[in-house]
Design a protein. Structure first.
Length: 316
């Protein structure tokens, strides 16, 4: 990490901390490749906690320079004015995603807010902390479009979409994820928001072995598909997404809507648009949701893709 890159990061963070938002936001998104030498760095504002993540191993001198710059940042006026009390450095490139506590006391769990909803994060013990911040507009869209609907949330993780759907007046949400610990955190998130768990179901199953269980609780008015790009032994984007798309007609109501997502930077929206046309042509592409402005990218096709499809009879 060259001195000019460090200076750019310092300037960006100093400015961002002068006007931190009331809710959780990304402060710096180097992975969008808009700043040379910082493509492996992200910085998140977790409402009092600043989380710096490294997605590639830096040289020893570069790491030393980064930690010194971050430490100096904590003594500046912008840091003090922001109300920040903790600084974390996560080494995402390591198998255990080791977390360094550069300032403050160790915190394993932390509650943040987004769009008026609350979510519990895990800090220091898992690679992903529990909420993908680039999906902020996706959760907002679900909250705005869920009223009175039966919702199926595939690859539910910690149920952020489900919390948003119930907040938006969904009749019922079915969450499916093979990671039962993630679903348990999903229950916590619903409780954090004082939501009625009788309107929420949690299925801790592997999707491709559980179509019968999924179909039994349908049909659904809204299906959300937000898979990992690759999950060893369970999902590979190029191989498995089409299997899901082919099943959609039997899962959806006659006026059903699908929010289909891809987070792989090497896969553009055409993968889903063309894939849906081949697998379920009665589902018509409507729109691609915008990504939050705090996630700039040199290529629009590299960022998160969140696409809305509707059954032909309701498309307009």
């Amino acid at each position: 990490m060259q001195p000019d890159a460090l200076a750019t990061l310092h300037s960006h963070l100093n400015q961002a901390l002068k006007d931190v938002p009331d809710e959780t936001r990304r402060l710096f998104h180097g992975r969008g490749r808009c700043w040379a030498g910082l493509e492996h760095v992200t910085v998140d504002w977790l409402q009092g906690i600043v989380l710096v993540s490294l997605f590639r191993e830096p040289a020893a001198d570069d790491l030393d320079g980064l930690t010194r710059m971050l430490s100096s940042l904590t003594s500046e006026q912008a840091w003090t004015a922001s109300g920040a009390h903790s600084l974390l450095l996560q080494h995402r490139y390591l198998p255990d995603s080791r977390m360094q506590q550069l300032l403050g006391e160790p915190i394993e769990e932390w509650v943040i807010s987004e769009n008026g909803l609350r979510f519990k994060l895990d800090l220091g013990i898992k690679q992903n902390n529990g909420l993908f911040l680039d999906m902020r507009y996706g959760r907002q869209w679900v909250q705005q479009n869920a009223r009175g609907k039966r919702v199926l949330n595939l690859f539910a993780y910690t149920c952020g979409f489900s919390v948003a759907a119930i907040a938006g007046g969904a009749e019922h949400v079915v969450n499916l994820d093979m990671a039962r610990a993630a679903l348990s955190r999903g229950r916590d998130n619903h409780r954090l928001n004082d939501q009625d768990l009788d309107r929420v179901s949690f299925l801790g199953h592997e999707l491709f072995k559980s179509w019968g269980k999924v179909k039994k609780t349908g049909p659904y008015d809204l299906v959300i598909i937000d898979p990992p790009s690759f999950q060893k032994g369970s999902f590979a984007l190029g191989r498995d997404y089409q299997k899901i798309l082919r099943r959609l007609p039997e899962l959806l109501s006659e006026t059903g809507v699908v929010l289909a997502c891809i987070n792989d930077p090497d896969t553009g929206p055409g993968f889903l648009i063309e894939g849906m046309l081949a697998a379920a042509p009665e589902l018509v592409f409507q729109e691609r949701l915008e990504n939050p402005p705090e996630f700039p990218d040199v290529s629009p096709d590299s960022g998160l893709k969140a696409l809305v499809f509707r059954r032909g009879s309701s498309a307009g």
